[in-house]
Design a binder for this molecule. Structure first.
Ligand code: MF3
Ligand code: CO
Ligand code: CO
Length: 258
């Protein structure tokens, strides 16, 4: 396995791409309301991407038809925006934005509540975000991918949730999905040792019920097999000399530096 080390110039471009993707998530929230279709959200996201001078990495990626992924309730990931999917009070939705700017990718997603969430849904979303944040906290030169997987699995399972095994985080740069694969479960001290200049995503998918997934007949939409809720949060990261830089940080987040 060869994992690319990015130059400071590459990382500067990824910082810009990451910021652009983050801005879309900052600005789409006000439109996530009961009665809105996921196609309408997709249109707005695409406009926001294009206005910033970037393009969506998703349109046409392996034939994906839309600009972002919209994954509602039991959908684990890769939901296809549709006029027919109209949001209703109590839904939870992940919007996953990936942009390309000057040839580099920025990939990030967050959960939104539609109207008022049920307490159990709110808790799943909160614990999933904590899984991502605990993993980010561990990223530094010398840490391993197993450390990341372990802390996510530990936090999810100690809250009686399960970790999706069928999809993982990934290296990212000029290529959307490159090595390494970033598992969201595992054993501390195992796997790839992180080095300054590596760039990858962490994007845990955590299920309220069992971890198994099924792929719908559209070839994209991934759902929980048991029909229970799933949540996901994602950031694109760079390993720095002494820690981590979150390239897709939003203003609302503690590690946002601007
Ligand atoms: N953004 C997703 C990820 O986190 C990938 C979406 S691929 C698409 O890796 F084609 F569905 F958009
Ligand atoms: Co990703
Ligand atoms: Co993504």
């Amino acid at each position: 396995m060869t994992v690319a080390i990015k130059s400071p110039e590459d990382i500067q471009k990824m910082r810009v791409a990451g910021r652009m993707a983050a801005r879309v998530l900052e600005q789409i929230g006000e439109y996530v309301q009961p009665g809105v279709s996921t196609a309408e959200l997709d249109d707005r996201c695409n406009q926001m991407i294009l206005e910033q001078g970037a393009i969506s990495a998703c349109i046409g990626y392996k034939g994906f038809p839309k600009a972002v992924c919209t994954s509602v309730n039991q959908v684990v990931c890769h939901g296809i925006p549709s006029e027919k999917k109209v949001l209703k009070d109590g839904d939870i939705i992940n919007i996953d934005v990936t942009v390309i700017y000057e040839g580099f990718h920025g990939d990030t997603s967050k959960m939104f509540f539609v109207g008022t969430p049920a307490p159990h849904a709110e808790r799943l979303v909160a614990v999933t975000q904590e899984c991502l944040y605990k993993a980010i906290d561990l990223v530094r030169p010398g840490a391993t991918l197993g450390d990341i997987g372990h802390v996510i699995q530990q936090h999810a399972e100690s809250n009686y949730y399960s970790v999706v095994r069928d999809y993982c985080g990934h290296g990212i740069g000029r290529v959307f999905h490159e090595e390494p694969q970033v598992m969201h479960f595992g054993k501390s001290g195992t796997g790839l040792i992180l080095q300054e200049g590596m760039t990858f995503t962490i994007e845990p998918m955590i299920n309220a019920g069992k971890p198994q997934t099924k792929l719908k007949r559209d070839g994209w939409t991934v759902e929980t097999r048991d029909g229970r809720l799933s949540a996901q949060w994602e950031h694109t990261l760079a390993v720095t000399s002494d820690g981590v830089e979150v390239l897709t940080a939003r203003e609302e987040e503690p590690f946002f530096t601007g």
